[in-house]
Write a protein of this length. Structure first.
Length: 58
């Protein structure tokens, strides 16, 4: 059986404080989802260390 691992990546974070603020908000949403689903949600939360290359197409 597959064992998927969910990750939440926060793009374009300028400071550690900004990531901490977003992390707090994400933790709140996870708690709400956990309560609604009645299960434990294990998610990695992070950010990238470099911006997307200029050639990236959005």
């Amino acid at each position: 059986m597959d064992d998927p691992h969910a990750e939440i990546m926060v793009p374009l974070v300028g400071t550690i404080q900004e990531l901490e603020t977003v992390r707090d908000e994400v933790d709140q949403v996870i708690a709400e989802g956990r309560a609604e689903a009645g299960t434990r949600l294990k998610l990695a939360i992070g950010t990238t260390t470099s911006p997307a290359p200029p050639s990236a197409s959005w």
